[in-house]
Design a protein around this ligand. Structure first.
Ligand SMILES: *Cc1c(COP(=O)(O)O)cnc(C)c1O
Length: 357
């Protein structure tokens, strides 16, 4: 199997080896130490301000998005949601479900968010902003710095869903002033799905501790208290947390966040260079490093996904909804190499020879 989807992705042999072991009991000093190390690595790689905290939730990343919406906002807020695709729409839906007043800044698929578009909302009575830093459905990377300045000027609580962009695109909580950063285990962390991570700046820790959240499982104040001793309120995905520990250690040993971002960027550049001349157009006006969404000019995007999977053992990532027939995505995250890119591009060329591309 050669997996170019955007999650789950290919794991390193070291991470796979941890997954093959028995899962230990977790209310121990040893497991607490693992969790506290995981927390420190996350804070460092997110470039979080002094006094920030990391929480590890046993849920997919949508669970973390929901937990943040529930714990950080109330019906007294008014949140601006950047909605450029299916993940932006998810934030809007979460606000709707939890009765958080919100306004959507809607973008067309692949469209870049410009300063003009954002500042059309300047000076209005918003209290928060939600953005998916890489809107993974179309691979659009938003400018976290520009949005951060807007948030600072308007005193907005700034939430960055970095689920697919964390360690793929340059990001600094300190630099852009984000109050919250969210990511998950199955994207650049290249572990199995099941754990999501929330990094809270001190401003967010304060907000979470004063929240009156109507949820037991997603009570982040409870999670913060437990995390002081490296524990979680309920049984976490212990095995995945051990794999995350191995992976974070691996990233640290290979040069940290910057080196991982550079590796993913090089993987993307190599792929985009190799498909030059093939009958595709790029979808994103502002491409993120983690994924390249492609529009095939002559063939059906979903058929390409099926053919590659069934006849070549190669997985690219289909799109859902409206873009299903017209766009598929190639991921550059996880344990992939430039040689893997060549294998995929050779498969495209083979399809082209057969008149299927
Ligand atoms: C993958 C992803 C998510 C969450 O997906 P889950 O399936 O819930 O893990 C959220 N936001 C973005 C931007 C993503 O890429």
């Amino acid at each position: 199997m050669l997996n170019f989807t955007v999650g789950p992705v290919m794991s390193s042999p070291e991470v796979c080896a941890v997954g093959a072991q028995q899962v230990p009991y977790f209310r121990t000093a040893e497991f607490s130490r693992v969790m506290l190390e995981n927390e420190q690595w996350m804070l460092r790689f997110a470039d979080a301000p002094q006094g920030s905290r990391s929480l590890f939730l046993t849920s997919s990343s949508t669970g973390a998005m929901e937990a943040v919406v529930m714990n950080c906002f109330t019906e007294k807020d008014h949140v601006l949601v950047i909605n450029g695709g299916s993940f932006g729409a998810r934030f809007a839906k979460l606000c709707e479900i939890h009765a958080i007043p919100h306004t959507e800044l809607l973008l067309k698929p692949g469209q870049k968010l410009t300063r003009e578009m954002l500042y059309a909302y300047d000076g209005q009575p918003f209290t928060g902003l939600l953005v998916n830093v890489d809107e993974t459905s179309t691979g659009v990377l938003y400018d976290t710095q520009m949005i951060g300045e807007f948030c600072r000027k308007n005193h907005l609580f700034y939430v960055c869903d970095c689920v697919s962009s964390f360690l793929a695109d340059p990001f600094s909580m300190k630099g852009c002033g984000a109050d919250v950063m969210i990511t998950g285990s199955q994207k650049v962390l290249a572990c199995p799905p099941g754990v999501s991570i929330v990094v809270l700046a001190p401003s967010a820790v304060g907000r979470v501790n004063h929240a009156r959240v109507r949820s037991m499982y997603f009570n982040l104040a409870d999670a913060l208290t437990n995390m002081e001793r490296g524990q979680t309120p309920f049984t976490p995905a212990v095995g995945i947390l051990l794999q995350i520990h191995t992976r974070l250690k691996e990233i640290d040993a290979c040069g940290g966040a910057q080196a991982e971002v550079a590796r993913v960027a090089a993987q993307a550049v190599d792929f985009r260079r190799k498909i030059d001349g093939l009958p595709f157009t790029m979808v994103s006006q502002s491409p993120a490093n983690g994924v390249t969404p492609l529009h095939p000019l002559h063939a059906n995007a979903y058929d390409i996904f099926l053919t590659l999977k069934d006849h070549y053992g190669i997985w690219v990532c289909p799109n859902g909804g409206e873009l299903r027939q017209t766009v598929f995505r190639v991921g550059h995250i996880g344990a992939l190499t430039h040689e893997d890119n060549t294998l995929l591009v050779d498969a495209f060329k083979d399809l082209q020879r057969k008149g299927m591309l």
